[in-house]
Ligand binder design. Structure first.
Ligand code: MUC
Ligand code: MG
Length: 383
């Protein structure tokens, strides 16, 4: 590949998109999702896309859409402009040397570089990440309206549409008794073909978590995601639990994954490309989990379609996905920003077959929803 193909521009655009309903997690209720879209252009005319998206501004993780834009504009772009666009790993080595942390920003830029290179080679991005094992992925849905009856109606409608049959319930904002009642009521109301998991987003203390997990198991819940913060408490809960425990927030890249497998902190790892620090970093987390005999799951930061399809391109190559993925982020948004929407059908996301990410932005939607300096609104932080 010619070394004369250069990176000529890196554009960042913050989009603010409404959600179809309030989405309540233990730390925040979202009414909109904000995403920083990266558009990277090369001297051969090829363009690639990336996305940096968080949940609830700074409520969930250490980066915000505004911070991602600033990090890329002020620190990452100056490093990359004029560099060889065909050497993705070398470009990202430069970024890692000069920029500490900032995993979400790095992921967005790496995705755009990979999208370009895959388009240049005329292959789907999955082929640069080890190759596909499948063309579709099972997609769970999150019930998080904050109301049990509404959640039941929502789940039933999605089952009827054959869109989702695995449901993750967001708990931890209310008392444990209320949460257990909520889970038990939903489990009871839905048919056996539906599976129920919960995500506590670290809201419990270890002592109460032991009792709560036992009660969740009795209520028919199949898996508990990140009930407490920290690898050591998670490991103690995993040892004691009769149902599977999934790690999410503690997995912030390969080093943390090594610590987590050494402690046997969980039965399942939620792989998030942004939290891991990019697609290659997430691939390392997957390799560590697989080597240690821990199951792999495709997690989301509720990304829009660009981040979602980037994660899907990686997960399409994972050998076993016993818990599937939760790549439903685009379906939580009222607006479509792609030329051709992603295809969710028969409980699965069908991967595009085209080169790179396989998707294109709808330019009208991008200008309509781009923030253009408007102040953020629509977030309510819990507590
Ligand atoms: C998380 O913690 O897993 C994933 C689904 C959802 O509703 O929130 C995210 C974050
Ligand atoms: Mg989670």
């Amino acid at each position: 590949m010619s070394a004369e193909v250069r990176i000529v521009s890196i554009e960042t655009i913050i989009l603010d998109l409404p959600t179809i309903r309030p989405h309540t997690l233990s730390m925040v209720t979202m009414n909109r999702q904000s995403m920083t879209i990266v558009r990277l252009r090369c001297s051969d005319g090829i363009e690639g896309l990336g996305e940096g998206t968080t949940i609830g501004g700074l409520a969930y993780g250490p980066e915000s859409p505004e911070g991602i834009k600033l990090t890329i504009d002020e620190y990452i772009s100056p490093l990359l402009l004029g560099r060889d666009a065909t050497r993705v790993q070398a470009a990202m080595d430069l970024v890692r040397k000069a920029v500490k942390g900032n995993h979400f920003s790095k992921c967005a830029v790496e995705s755009a570089l990979l999208d370009c290179q895959a388009r240049r080679l005329d292959v789907p991005m999955s082929e640069l990440l080890g190759g596909r094992r499948r063309d579709s992925l099972a997609i769970a849905w999150t019930l998080a309206s904050g109301d049990t009856a509404k959640d039941i109606d929502e789940a039933q409608a999605l089952l009827d549409q054959r869109r989702h049959k695995d449901f993750k319930l967001k708990i931890g904002a209310k008392s444990i008794e209320e949460d257990i009642g909520h889970v038990a009521a939903i489990r009871k109301a839905l048919p056996d073909m539906a599976s129920i998991r919960v995500d506590v987003n670290m809201a419990w203390r270890e002592r109460e978590a032991h009792k709560a997990i036992a009660a969740l198991a009795d209520a028919g819940c199949a898996l508990v995601e990140q009930p407490v913060p920290g690898i050591a408490p998670l490991a103690r809960l995993t040892r004691a639990s009769s149902i599977s425990i999934m790690a999410d927030e503690v997995l912030i890249g390969p080093e943390s994954a090594l610590e987590a497998v050494t402690a046997h902190a969980a039965d399942v790892f939620s792989i998030k490309i942004e939290q891991a620090g990019g697609l290659f970093a997430a691939a390392k987390v997957i390799a560590i989990a697989e080597t240690a005999g821990i199951s792999v799951y495709g997690g989301t930061m509720l990304e829009g379609p660009i981040g979602t399809i980037a994660a899907a391109q990686l997960m399409a190559g994972v050998k076993e996905l016993p818990w599937g993925t939760e790549f439903f982020g685009p379906l939580l948004l009222t607006e479509e920003i792609l030329e051709e929407p992603l295809l969710f059908k028969d409980f699965e996301l069908k991967l595009p077959q085209g080169p790179g990410l396989g998707v294109m932005l709808n330019e009208d939607a991008i200008s309509r929803f781009s923030r253009h300096g408007k102040p953020p609104s629509g977030l309510r932080v819990a507590g």
